[in-house]
Design a protein around this ligand. Structure first.
Ligand SMILES: CC(C)(COP(=O)(O)OP(=O)(O)OC[C@H]1O[C@@H](n2cnc3c(N)ncnc32)[C@H](O)[C@@H]1OP(=O)(O)O)[C@@H](O)C(=O)NCCC(=O)NCCS
Length: 283
């Protein structure tokens, strides 16, 4: 069999990319894939075999650190080196763009695939899923454009890098469910509810570790803002707060994933402030 052709993902691939990710029930909408392309046109890849897209992968670079995700190969084409070829193309692209550290969140059973490419484990993440719950609607409000500079700076302390364009784009797309909690002008936390798919995917959800009350308030604010019935979020295990909260509100544990890193352990951020990192691709 001829090897795959690895090329950049294009606008015309959006439906095929959604169809592939639907096979793993990742819940991506066309809007999600279009956002990947808008934020990282050169960092999203497709694998083609005989003219058909059989794999996709996305990367997002923030200076010297990048996140990689949404790695998927058509089940009929697995085990033939396509995933490996896409990964190597992506890693070559990132290193040529000055990226030294690459992170990702891997399914537990895919960890060896990434280990052979030089990734090592950092910590576990836990995903939570559930419906509407009774929570007091606390005082949080939709973020305004004028808040974004402060939110980007707050986020950087916990995420470990400036996510200016991602956060601005999410604010444009989800103005009602991009919520901020603040006190006397100081940001205590923010949350983005991605309502583009069936279940509302929560994240980024970043909270000052000394103020878990702000984490609750943001969740209550989201419930008050939307009539959605299904919610999901994934948080790092080193931060016990979102997991305790999820148990308290009766959410069920979904799958676990493993946060991995390749290259110098830079821009680690502070996971103790991360309540949810959103999709597997966004860190
Ligand atoms: C993970 C995935 C992308 C791998 O793609 P692929 O094209 O099948 O992988 P390759 O054929 O390039 O495999 C390269 C090497 O990794 C190994 N490998 C692949 N998947 C593996 C796994 N889950 N566990 C252990 N080793 C694995 C292969 O055996 C191969 O090693 P070899 O060269 O020594 O034989 C693919 O299985 C997939 O789409 N899975 C479902 C989606 C998913 O889980 N994505 C990852 C999300 S974190």
């Amino acid at each position: 069999m001829a090897g795959p052709r690895i090329r950049r993902l294009r606008d015309g691939d959006v439906d095929r990319a959604v169809a592939l990710t639907d096979l793993e029930s990742w819940g991506y909408s066309p809007a999600d894939i279009r956002r990947f392309l808008a934020l990282s046109k050169k960092g999203c890849f497709a694998a083609e075999v005989r003219g058909e897209v059989v794999g996709v992968l996305a990367t997002f670079a923030y200076g010297r650190v990048a996140y990689l995700g949404s790695v998927i190969v058509d089940p009929a084409q697995r085990g033939r080196g396509i995933g490996d070829a896409m990964m190597r193309a992506a890693l070559t692209h990132l290193s040529a763009s000055g990226v030294e550290t690459v992170r990702l969140n891997a399914y537990v059973d895919v960890v060896p695939f990434y280990e052979r490419l030089g990734f090592v484990k950092e910590y576990d993440n836990v995903r939570w899923e559930g419906g509407r719950v009774e929570l007091a609607a606390e005082v949080v409000r939709p973020a305004r454009r004028g808040d974004l500079e402060r939110i980007v700076a707050f986020d950087e302390a916990y995420f470990g890098a400036r996510r200016d364009s991602l956060l601005r784009r999410l604010h444009e797309e989800f103005p009602r469910t991009f919520l901020v909690s603040e006190e006397r002008g100081e940001v205590l936390g923010f949350l983005v509810g991605n309502t583009s798919a069936v279940a509302t995917e929560i994240g980024p959800w970043i909270v000052n570790p000394d103020r878990p009350d702000a984490g609750r308030a943001l969740f209550g604010g989201l419930l008050a803002t939307t009539d959605r019935v299904a919610f999901a979020f994934s948080g790092p295990e080193p931060n016990p707060r979102p997991h305790a909260f999820a148990r308290e509100i009766g959410y069920r544990e979904g799958f676990r994933s493993v946060r991995m890193v390749r290259g110098p352990s830079a821009s680690e951020g502070r996971p103790e402030g991360v309540w949810s990192f959103a999709g597997l691709e966004k860190g």
